[in-house]
Design a protein. Structure first.
Length: 118
């Protein structure tokens, strides 16, 4: 476990998490305004996914570029509330299933999640 902490500190990349607030302008027309706040930065290990593994790990997305992120468990709530993530200048969103909640897998003191480009 401590080896993974050292690996995240030495080889981990910075991930920018953007939180947002959604305001309904007109409920009859279902128009909404999304306000994006200043980013929060975290550090995590990032692996690129091939198109075959994207289809296997994130069924129903139909995207070509995806990433797998491993980071500390304390960031789980922040990641679940994030509107988007930015890695190396590219914007990603978390993979969500029918519950419309970012799918995160806990592995001891760490979490693993899959993100893709819109």
């Amino acid at each position: 476990m401590y080896e993974l902490d050292e690996l995240i500190k030495s080889n981990g990349k910075i991930i920018w998490l953007y939180l947002s607030k959604e305001i309904s302008d007109d409920p009859e027309e279902e128009s909404k305004t999304i306000t994006v706040f200043n980013p929060i930065t975290i550090r995590g290990l990032i692996n690129d996914l091939t198109s075959a593994s994207v289809n296997w790990k994130m069924p129903g997305t139909g995207v070509v570029q995806g990433k797998e992120i491993v980071c500390d468990k304390k960031y789980r709530n922040t990641i679940e509330m994030a509107y988007k993530l930015k890695i190396d200048g590219n914007e990603y969103v978390g993979w969500k299933d029918s519950s419309n909640k970012t799918q995160i897998r806990e592995e001891g003191a760490y979490i693993r999640l899959y993100v893709y480009r819109k």
